[in-house]
Design a protein around this ligand. Structure first.
Ligand SMILES: [Zn+2]
Length: 259
């Protein structure tokens, strides 16, 4: 792939970085990333990945834009209230960068369609707001050997990690950290719990950085580390995650585990 004159200008601030350069930019342009959820995390994630020139962005979300979303879901606009979120996101992203392709999946990710959709992408970024999706992605990304960059939010806190458990020993999955989803009545979603909108912005933006690092093979991966952001204390901290040999997804007893 040869960069066009317009691409040389658009991505100039990437191209002058030794760590990205033409080769890195071409890698981004040929990359396919699936973003799950066009909400609080998905918004900054999609905006930065589109601006960075990630060539194909899949967006999966079956919701429509609601007025209460706009406090944090910055990829959507007031005039698009009532539209499908994937179409609303597609319109914004096209205005930011018409050099990339957006593949809209206006469906709910479930056991029936997950493998088929995930298989078409190089990497998955989880910006979903529920445990069913998080565990489904954990299992399917392990099976299909796709890196999973996952973030989660509570009202004033965010968590972020990268999972590549198919690499074997030393590479845990989300289930190594939290074996089972908590009972549904214990985990209020944003809609019920509330959230300081900008906290979603911090986490979704950091998630975009980690996605770009994974695609470019840059720096230290968050694989094996949980990064926690406490907004009220203005503090970040990191927790090491060990691989659980008994993990039902990636442990020694599972078919595709190799460590
Ligand atoms: Zn595991």
């Amino acid at each position: 792939m040869e960069l066009s004159e317009e691409q040389f200008r658009r991505y100039a601030r990437h191209l002058i970085l030794d760590e990205v350069g033409e080769e890195g930019q071409e890698k981004l342009l040929s990359s396919r990333v699936l973003v799950v959820g066009a909400g609080g995390l998905g918004s900054p994630l999609l905006l930065y990945l589109a601006a960075a020139g990630v060539g194909t962005l899949g967006v999966i979300d079956n919701d429509r834009v609601d007025l209460t979303n706009l406090q944090r879901q910055i990829v959507h606009r007031t005039e698009r209230v009532g539209d499908l979120k994937v179409e609303s996101a597609r319109a914004t992203l096209a205005a930011v960068n018409d050099d990339i392709r957006v593949e809209a999946h206006p469906v709910r990710l479930g056991p029936d369609n997950a493998a088929d959709i995930i298989a078409r992408y190089d990497l998955v970024a989880d910006g979903s707001d529920n445990f069913a999706t998080r565990y489904l992605l954990t299992d399917q990304c392990f099976r299909l050997k796709k890196p999973l960059v996952a973030a989660a939010l509570s009202p004033f806190e965010g968590q972020l990690s990268t999972f590549r458990p198919y690499l074997g020993a030393g590479h845990p999955c989300y289930r190594c950290l939290f074996r089972e989803p908590p009972p549904p009545d214990l985990v209020p979603r944003c809609e019920e719990a509330g959230i300081l909108g900008a906290v979603a912005g911090v986490m979704g933006t950091m998630q975009a950085v980690e996605v770009l690092k994974e695609l470019l093979g840059l720096g230290d991966s968050l694989d094996g580390t949980l990064l926690i952001y406490e907004a009220l204390a203005a503090r970040f901290h990191r927790i090491r995650i060990g691989k659980d040999p008994e993990c039902p997804t990636c442990g020694a007893g599972t078919a595709s585990a190799n460590g």
